[in-house]
Design a protein around this ligand. Structure first.
Ligand SMILES: [Fe+2]
Ligand SMILES: [Fe+2]
Length: 263
């Protein structure tokens, strides 16, 4: 099931969640920015393409879309990408050079349907300016989030996601520890390289986000978070290098789990 959440004056969230084995649940979000040139941010999971298209039609007619901002090319972000390009010839895909490169291995994007951005680039639409940025954590080198000057929302892609017992509708509804632990776990799974980074450099990267002063943080893998939550989000990511790295179950552990389940 894909739920719709209205989060800011002109932003809708399309959200679902998936279980991460027995570790908890992770939200998978896409966003619709309504306006004179509507933008869809990511396109849901490959596995839920038809469900996603139905949910999308409830918040906007896909014929009205002008842009898709593809934050990166993972399977939880490209689900309905091709279907939307086929359905609406006016849509252009905003992505990075590497986004085009990675998509060329599976479903090449026609170059006249692409708008290439790099960190720091600004794209001015009819009624808003989007500024591309590289989030402080990511799992795919094509990743680019952005800041929207109209809503003051920061679209952070996988960064600031959290693995939770059950995803809430608003990140600030989570208890302090629950959000921190969920974020640290997710970051350890999704961006394992964070355990190897220089903490001073990470702190400077997080400061870049702090200075943007977003009114809203819209992660692909966390419920909408108001600017009041920003310090909690930053501090949790800052603590990741000191946290134990995630190591998934190996074959022996898997067999033990299956035996326990059968019994
Ligand atoms: Fe990802
Ligand atoms: Fe993702």
């Amino acid at each position: 099931m894909i739920k719709k959440i209205h989060t800011a004056a002109d932003i809708d969230v399309l959200t679902t969640s998936i279980p991460l084995a027995h570790f908890g649940h992770v939200a998978i979000n896409a966003f619709v920015l309504h306006g004179r040139e509507p933008v869809l941010v990511d396109t849901g999971m490959v596995q839920q393409r038809d469900l996603f298209m139905s949910a999308l039609r409830e918040v906007i007619d896909p014929a009205e879309l002008r842009w898709i901002w593809l934050t990166h090319t993972d399977f939880d972000h490209i689900g309905a990408l091709q279907a939307l390009l086929d359905e609406n010839p006016k849509i252009r895909v905003i992505t990075s050079f590497l986004g085009v490169g990675i998509m060329s291995l599976a479903a090449p994007l026609p170059m006249d349907r692409v708008y290439l951005v790099s960190p720091g680039d600004k794209l001015t639409l009819a009624d808003r300016t989007l500024t591309a940025f590289r989030p402080p954590a990511f799992d795919n080198p094509s990743t680019l989030g952005f800041h929207d000057d109209k809503s003051r929302a920061l679209f952070s892609s996988d960064a600031f996601g959290a693995c939770l017992p059950s995803p809430p509708e608003r990140a600030e509804d989570l208890a302090e520890d629950e959000l921190r632990e969920g974020q640290v776990f997710w970051a350890s799974v999704d961006s394992p390289w964070l355990h190897k980074v220089d903490r001073g450099i990470l702190a400077r990267e997080l400061d870049v986000v702090r200075r943007m002063e977003p009114a809203l943080v819209l992660s692909s893998h966390l419920a909408p978070a108001s600017g009041r939550t920003l310090e909690r989000l930053l501090s949790a990511l800052e603590s990741v290098p000191a946290a134990p790295p995630f190591v998934g179950p190996n074959q022996a552990a898997l067999e033990a789990m299956m035996q326990a389940a059968a019994a």
